[in-house]
Write a protein that binds this ligand. Structure first.
Ligand code: GRF
Length: 191
């Protein structure tokens, strides 16, 4: 599986995918990591693993479509077939979605369809639900919607803060993201 990763933040999900590949649990290669925030920690993490990184700054473009066109060009230049949005904090447009139909994967820190959008963890705490979790899904135009590939649940504990709950959710993210990528690629002819 020729993978491209798009990330805006610390990149721990990227590392989880890279680890799964190294451990032989996922038959894939990460061809490029695209990040859109200069300070994103994912950059150093990718460099440490010898994976090419490309900085695409959305602020350089006047509209989302123009930015997505650059993403598509970059991903195609690296000949990726599957893209993982691993903490990609930008709304994507049909430009990106249609360039990689059904091959764009997102991870979200809630049990979708509950708690879409930013602050999925905070929303779960505020709603006082007892079970939270994470979802890996194919990307559709509506934010945090699309066919679900895999989910994992975690309990919400009485003394949880957003940080402790997010940490518990992330542990599950690291487990299901590589498995969901494998599942998606297996059920498709293009790997
Ligand atoms: C994850 O919780 C993911 O679900 C959400 O953003 C976070 C990214 O974390 N979309 P990291 O940058 O992979 O550590």
């Amino acid at each position: 599986i020729a993978l491209g990763v798009m990330a805006s933040g610390k990149g721990s999900n990227f590392v989880a995918v890279a680890n799964a590949i190294r451990e032989g649990k996922l038959n894939a290669e990460i061809k490029v990591v695209i990040y859109n925030k200069a300070q994103a920690k994912v950059k150093e993490k990718a460099e440490a693993l010898g994976i090419p990184t490309v900085f695409c700054n959305h602020r350089d473009y006047s509209h989302r479509e123009a930015f997505d066109e650059v993403l598509v060009e970059t991903l195609k230049a690296y000949q990726v077939h599957w893209i993982v949005m691993a903490g990609w904090m930008r709304v994507v447009t049909p430009v990106l979605i249609n360039a990689f139909p059904d091959r764009l994967i997102n991870i979200h820190p809630s049990l979708l369809p509950s708690f879409k959008g930013i602050d999925g963890v905070k929303q779960a705490l505020a709603a006082e639900v007892k079970i939270a979790g994470c979802t890996v899904h194919l990307v559709r135009l509506e934010v945090d919607s699309g066919p679900i590939l895999m989910q994992a649940a975690v309990p919400i504990l009485a003394d949880d803060t957003e940080a402790t709950l997010h940490q518990r959710i992330q542990t599950q993210e690291y487990a299901i993201l590589p498995r969901a990528i494998a599942l998606a690629a297996q059920s498709c002819l293009i790997s």
